[in-house]
Design a protein around this ligand. Structure first.
Ligand code: GDP
Ligand code: MG
Length: 170
């Protein structure tokens, strides 16, 4: 029989790194150049079938602004998975992503599956963060890393699939 397992998933990361765009790409297969900025947090759900099991992601897309920081624990506590997003063209967002990883490691749930997404991978000419640096950081800190593009769809389904696999194995 096909079992459905619910997985609470949170997206964290700096403003304008593409969190909402990744969700929009995954849930609706769409991309917009002028994505409205998120206020507080937005909720989406999407199922993903893997072999004989189905994961129903309950997705919390957070705002990323510092003024909403105190709300973040409501979203990452009890989360089965977290995607921490940075923009490969903006090193400050990579620094911010590392802070989120530290916060989850100290305040979050030890078995949350953590993914690091280097988004806007389509903007190759403007790249400022190398994939090698991010990969090395991910390995050291026990999360998995992928470069994504909500614009071209590269690795968007893949990152959710990898999360689902790890979630089902846990
Ligand atoms: P959020 O604040 O992290 O939710 O970021 P948004 O999803 O609102 O995206 C911020 C801006 O970056 C918007 O103008 C998006 O169109 C753009 N954007 C998001 N993802 C990508 C991407 O993969 N490639 C490019 N080129 N632009 C992106
Ligand atoms: Mg947003």
């Amino acid at each position: 029989e096909n079992k459905v397992k619910n997985a609470k998933l949170v997206l964290l990361g700096d403003v304008a790194t593409g969190k909402s765009s990744i969700v929009l790409r995954f849930v609706k297969g769409q991309f917009v150049e002028f994505q409205e900025s998120t206020i507080g947090a937005a909720f989406f759900s999407q199922t993903l079938a893997l072999n004989d099991e189905t994961v129903k992601f309950e997705i919390w897309d957070t705002a990323g602004q510092e003024r909403y920081h105190s709300l973040a624990p409501m979203y990452y506590r009890g989360a089965a998975a977290a995607i921490i997003v940075y923009d490969i063209t903006n090193p400050a967002t990579f620094t911010r992503a590392k802070k989120w990883v530290q916060e989850l490691q100290s305040q979050g749930n030890a078995n949350t599956v953590m993914a690091l997404a280097g988004n806007k991978a389509d903007l190759v000419e403007a790249r400022k963060v190398t994939a090698e640096e991010a990969q090395a950081y991910a390995v050291e800190n026990g999360l998995f890393f992928m470069e994504t593009s909500a614009k071209t769809a590269i690795n968007v389904n893949e990152i959710f699939c990898e999360i689902a696999k790890r979630f089902l194995q846990a």
